[in-house]
Design a protein around this ligand. Structure first.
Ligand code: UTP
Length: 287
């Protein structure tokens, strides 16, 4: 199965950092966001990656290819091991498609049709960083294999956050799995059917493509995947899945701070130091 990473967005919530640098290149400690998402995909058994990119995103296109000058330099300084974590990706299959205008997430996905063809495919949004025992995409793939229906990742969010998400309601058919009966993009709190929020991991079937083509510009004047999924729900069962794990919203400034701290607390080489400075800070706050 191919996996599509739509990374052509402007990243307005992270300006000015994202003026010249793609949001997905922002490091969480020493590794760019996109690498966390690609690693999760690899750990889920996927190796065929489709990036929907845009002008100014060249750093993303280059990141997963060798850099001979840097390799030479590192070799001469006996530091080649510093890129060990990256080399496994050099042999994977990356395809890049340019989105000429940022017409929305749904529009970006529509562009993947010529590469994905008539097969089911995965979608991952790299600014949703998920820490879990079993990779989040692997969990979704299991649900897809079992039910052969499109699957969307969900988590519960506090009411105040509802207007930032796609929100769904439906009936549970198994532990963590529900059939979506209602789906609304970024509703007002009063109009939300629940607090079940769409998270950036999906398995879609190719019958979404004609619906995306027919989708008009929705919330925020962008072509939204949600609008096409609502049409898809009239034709077939679409499932929601509450993944096991914790998701961090690294695409916002506050979420990014939270992501950094959690990743630092989980990494062996940064854990003790991070714990210490957090403890020191908490103690000083009391003074
Ligand atoms: P977001 O809604 O997060 O938009 O897009 P954004 O541009 O990345 O960030 P903000 O809201 O301006 O801060 C969801 C996903 O869809 C991609 C984005 O790159 C992100 O991964 N996207 C969005 C596109 O590929 N093309 C678009 O036209 C819009």
């Amino acid at each position: 199965m191919k996996i599509v990473f739509p990374v052509a967005g402007v990243g307005t919530r992270f300006l000015p950092a994202t003026k010249e640098i793609p949001k997905e290149i922002l490091p969480v400690i020493d590794k760019p966001l996109i690498q966390y998402a690609v690693e999760e995909a690899v750990q889920s058994g996927l190796s065929d990656f489709v990036f929907i990119t845009a002008r100014g995103k060249e750093a993303l296109e280059n990141y997963f290819t060798p850099n001979p000058d840097l390799d030479d330099f590192l070799k001469r300084h006996q530091k080649s091991h510093l890129l060990d974590g990256l080399r496994e990706f050099y042999t994977k299959n990356f395809t890049y498609i340019r989105q000429k205008q940022a017409l929305g997430f749904g529009h970006a996905i529509a562009l993947a049709e010529k590469v994905v063809g008539g097969e089911p495919f995965a979608i991952s949004l790299p600014d949703d960083l998920i820490i879990s025992r079993q990779p989040a995409m692997a969990q979704l793939l299991e649900v897809y294999e079992k039910y052969k229906s499109p699957v969307i990742a969900f988590m519960e969010v506090p009411s105040a956050d509802i207007p930032r998400y796609g929100i769904a309601a439906g009936k549970f058919i198994a532990d963590r799995v529900f059939q979506i009966e209602k789906l609304v993009e970024k509703p007002a709190i009063a109009d939300a059917p629940s607090n079940f929020a769409v998270i950036g991991r999906y398995i879609m079937t190719p019958d979404i493509f004609p619906l995306l083509q027919a989708t008009a510009h929705g919330a925020g004047a962008e072509i939204q995947l949600t609008d096409a999924v609502i049409q898809l729900m009239k034709k077939r069962r679409v499932l929601g899945y509450f993944f096991e794990g914790r998701r961090f919203d690294a695409g916002t400034t506050l979420g990014y701070i939270e992501t950094l701290i959690h990743v630092a607390l989980r990494r062996e080489d940064t854990r003790d130091f991070t714990r210490r400075i957090l403890r020191d800070l908490a103690e000083n706050e009391k003074l």
